[in-house]
Design a protein around this ligand. Structure first.
Ligand SMILES: [Mn+2]
Length: 242
């Protein structure tokens, strides 16, 4: 017999359509946000702008309170938007999503306000590479959560050494449905097998206290042949430089 969380993880067409609609609205909001950014604007102003835009587009219930972080605040994965002002050279992180008919979306994008320095750029490219490695693993029909997590984490561990144990504290991703974090989970010790038809996030990150962090999060649908990426917002390094 299948356990309830296993049944719930597999989405039907209608559920997937709701998640995709929620994601498209999020992408539209992110587009609005990028135009709204200017030096001196505060995180809280942008967070309120995000909530307002979602409401305007008919998404009144969000997946979770929007995360907006500037500069070194990007190193804190639990950062709550405050009066920090955007300034040239900052890393900028947005993590938000909304619900449509109770189904959530989830996305993170990291940007640079002005040309990034060498270290910022390197971290971004490595996080993106880690995400690509995980996606590549899934495209080979790998379904063991810990092996998929390892594809991304192994690469970052190798490059950033033991310190990385402190820098990539969260799992590689989680199931998304009527709640924002649901079974299954990409984690180093997870015994989960990812079923076909479930929606997962792939969200590697690197965080350096006092410097800043980068996380790139896409939402994917696990398919028979691999996966379908439900996130369309660009994430290449050039798109990340504002
Ligand atoms: Mn997430």
């Amino acid at each position: 017999m299948k356990l309830i969380h296993e049944v719930r993880a597999v989405k039907n067409k209608k559920e997937i359509a709701n998640i995709i609609t929620a994601q498209r609205i999020s992408e539209r909001v992110l587009g609005n946000v990028l135009k709204k950014l200017k030096s001196g604007v505060t995180e809280i102003t942008i967070a309120q702008f995000i909530t307002g835009k979602f409401a305007k587009y008919g998404a009144h219930i969000l997946s979770f309170p929007p995360i907006v972080s500037f500069g070194k605040n990007t190193a804190n994965i639990h950062h709550e938007p405050n009066k920090t002002k955007l300034k040239k050279g900052d890393i900028v992180m947005f993590d938000f999503g909304c619900t449509i008919n109770h189904y959530c979306s989830d996305m993170t994008r990291t940007y640079f306000w002005g040309e990034p320095n060498t270290r910022q750029k390197e971290i971004y490219i490595d996080v993106l590479k880690a995400q690509e490695l995980a996606l590549k693993k899934i495209s080979t029909k790998e379904r063991r959560a810990k092996i998929i997590d390892k594809a991304a984490r192994g690469f970052l561990d190798k490059k950033y050494g033991k310190k990385n144990k402190k820098n990539f504290l969260h799992g590689l991703g989680h199931g998304v449905g009527t709640v924002i974090h649901e079974w299954p989970n990409f984690k180093p010790k997870s015994d989960d097998i990812i079923p076909i038809g479930c929606v997962m996030t792939i969200e590697p990150g690197l965080y350096f206290k006092g410097f800043g962090g980068v996380r790139i999060e896409d939402m994917i649908l696990i398919t028979e042949t691999g996966y379908k990426n439900l996130t369309t917002t660009p994430k290449d390094i050039n798109s990340a430089i504002l």
